[in-house]
Design a protein around this ligand. Structure first.
Ligand code: GN1
Ligand code: MG
Length: 369
């Protein structure tokens, strides 16, 4: 369970070039990997908010390279938004540099911190509250891909190598089943069998990328609904956040992964599986939103696999949760016993429903192509 001591955020904030005097900090309890806080400052009678994040450097093993990516991507986004007459302070994440002009701060204890400006008047949603948000978030991810197609310079760093290499995710899963360090495998036989029965699908996207059939693009790779800030007033997707895994990939990773949460009838860790399911109407909103932004740059090898990618990426995520459960919860933060197993079960339930609705999903995609 996550039991790290509370960091001294006043001291951490002092390393960054932010305006005013520190007032308070509180945790933002979201995300399974990094630790996020919101800090308030006061300057000339005005309150200013910032977001602090401690980068999990056991997961992101090269924080310097990761931050290089984020600097490039946010700088480029800002330029494009200015060009289009938008508001760069709301539509792109803005890093606050350290007082030494760096993009992150390394504490004497060896933890890595970064700071962003807080985006006001917008929020994220952990579950669907409004169909329009689903459309808006999905379109925002499509636009994000379209924008990053123009990023000049070198290939971005792979912040986590083979992040969506489904085949390698299966290999790690098989190894965890075999080693079974905590003797948990016997109790999860049906879940293990569910995953194994679908192993044949694992190569569909990675093999296509390797052969050149599926183009490599810059993708977000963690396209949960709650990684788009939704404007409180307009309901539009204002800003794509959580840029740690922005790197070379396939659009199928992004579209597929967005369905896990965007078309789910329950939260990712719902224990009552009777509430968990896949909703075709939500999928319809996702498909239209994404294709309204991406339709004209996708190639047939991509569009032909969009519906399939939803099953594949949901399966992959379920396999990752189950692997972590077997290994003793060493990767994803957990907040209760069996948390990763609960998460794996919701993902597998969604996969099973998507398999039943496969033809309907294909029709939805065709409708918006
Ligand atoms: C992790 O930390 P968070 O919630 O943004 C994970 C994603 C998973 C997701 C499952 C770097 O994202 O790949 O899809 O949990 N991020 C990493 O909810 O592993
Ligand atoms: Mg993330």
């Amino acid at each position: 369970m996550d039991m790290k001591p509370t960091p001294d955020l006043e001291r951490i904030c002092a390393a960054f070039a932010c305006e005013g005097a520190w007032v308070s900090s509180c945790p933002i309890p979201s995300g399974h990997i990094n630790d996020t806080y919101c800090s308030e400052f006061e300057a000339a009678g005005r309150r200013i908010k910032y977001v602090n994040q401690r980068i999990n450097h056991l997961v992101f093993r090269e924080p310097e390279r990761l931050m290089e990516n984020i600097e490039r991507v946010t700088r480029f986004a800002r330029e494009r938004i200015l060009e289009a007459g938008g508001d760069p302070d709301r539509e792109a994440l803005a890093l606050v540099p350290t007082r030494d002009g760096e993009s992150f701060h390394r504490t004497p204890e060896g933890t890595y911190w970064r700071m962003f400006r807080y985006i006001d008047g917008a929020r994220t949603y952990d579950r669907v509250e409004d169909l329009r948000h689903v459309y808006a978030a999905s379109r925002a991810f499509g636009r994000f891909q379209r924008m990053l197609a123009g990023l000049p310079g070198e290939r971005l760093h792979e912040t986590i190598p083979d992040f969506h290499h489904t085949r390698k995710r299966f290999d790690a899963f098989l190894a965890a089943v075999e080693h079974d360090p905590l003797r948990r495998a016997a109790a999860v036989g049906p879940e293990i069998d569910f995953a194994l029965a679908r192993e044949r699908d694992a190569g569909e996207v990675v093999d296509g990328l390797a052969s050149g059939l599926i183009p490599e693009r810059i993708t977000h790779n963690d396209t949960k609904l709650n990684n788009v800030m939704i404007d409180d007033r307009t309901g539009e997707g204002v800003c794509v956040i959580d840029l740690d895994t922005v790197m070379p990939g396939s659009v199928l990773y992004d579209f597929g992964d967005s369905v896990r949460l965007g078309a789910a009838t329950a939260v990712e860790d719902e224990r009552d599986l009777s509430k968990v399911g896949f909703d075709l109407e939500l999928f319809d909103r996702l498909a239209q939103g994404y294709l309204d932004a991406a339709r004209d740059f996708l190639v047939p090898a991509e569009t032909a696999r969009l519906a399939f990618s939803a099953r594949l990426l949901t399966l992959e995520c379920g396999v990752r949760f189950l692997t972590d459960h077997l290994k003793g919860d060493v990767y994803f933060k957990i907040h209760r016993d069996g948390h990763n197993l609960d998460r794996a079960r919701t993902q597998f339930k969604m996969v099973a429903e998507m398999e039943r609705r496969a033809d309907d999903m294909e029709s939805v995609v065709r409708r918006y192509l």
